[in-house]
Design a binder for this molecule. Sequence first.
Ligand code: ADP
Length: 356
Amino acid sequence: MKNFKMTLRGLIILFMIGMVFTTLGSMAFLFINFDIRSGEHSMVIKNPYLWFALFMVIIIIFYMILVLLMNRYIFDPIFAMRKAAEHIQSGNLNYPIEYDADNEIGAFCTEFDKMRIRLRDTILEQHEIEKRRKRLIASITHDLRTPLTSIKGYVEAIQDGIVKDQDTYEKYLATIAEKADQLNHLIDDLSVYTKQELGEFTLNLERLNSGKILSSYFDHKIDEFKYSHIHLELRKPFISTYINVDPYRFNQILENLIGNAKKYAHTKIVVSTKVIDYHLQIAIQDDGDGIPTDVLDSIFDPFFMVNKVKDQKEKGGSGLGLAIVKQLTERHGGKITVESGIGLGTTFTIDFPLDI
Ligand code: ADP
């Protein structure tokens, strides 16, 4: 009996049965005790009209209770839902249905309210995507226009004969070439990013040994660091397990992260591996200035740069590298995280599920 719970349908059926039995019972009582033919009545019924009135009162009370119950359990929630539906129709998705009774209608209202919340979240998400798309277009336009304007300026200066000496002329040409390279780099990154964003690229996944693929990438990389003031420290042996990756894209991820670390490190970069919860984690740590903690959430956004002027001019960046890396890692079923802070250096960790 402890778990007994009367459903609304059960309650209404019980009431109906109660009413039918009361009506039948009262009719039977009157018939048994009142002889219609003789017009006489038994001793039980002194006054049949009084009894009839009493039964009528009982039935009316039954009906009143039923109407009250229906009002409370059926019409009130329907009214609440209608009000909520009107709000939704007029675009207000923040209006909740205030009815949480523990019965069928209550459950229906809860589901309806969940639908409202889902709809609201989807719309908010779409607004966010739309806002991001607009920001992206604004950034693309700005980043393409800046080097183009400066190329145009230098070309016009040469055409107008402002440049007289050979040294300045060559300096101008070098700047034009540099700006054209910057544009090229930006367009390359943009093309990769949009292709990935539109899903217009396929991953040729292979089950590869992590130790082997990492060693083969870093054996080449170490040569590149021979003449650099930055020391590339590889915590070997790299963990040897199996992951499902596209080797070309995997190298692209490493290339971006090592490229960034090399740009921002002061003296060294450390690469290490570990396995946690059936996931291979590859950490790339540098001892650079670090990234302010308040912008860490934006670091994977396309075109985001901590210091746009410096990062673009001195480091030749487009701000798309980490957005590309994030897309690629996630397409592999993995994830990327960052730990950083001013003066603390930066560690990017990519995480791939094992295939064992
Ligand atoms: P880009 O393609 O121009 O290198 P990213 O998307 O790779 O751009 O990086 C975005 C910004 O994140 C960079 O402009 C830089 O400000 C910051 N950043 C990335 N990696 C590091 C790092 N290892 N240390 C410090 N800052 C970094």
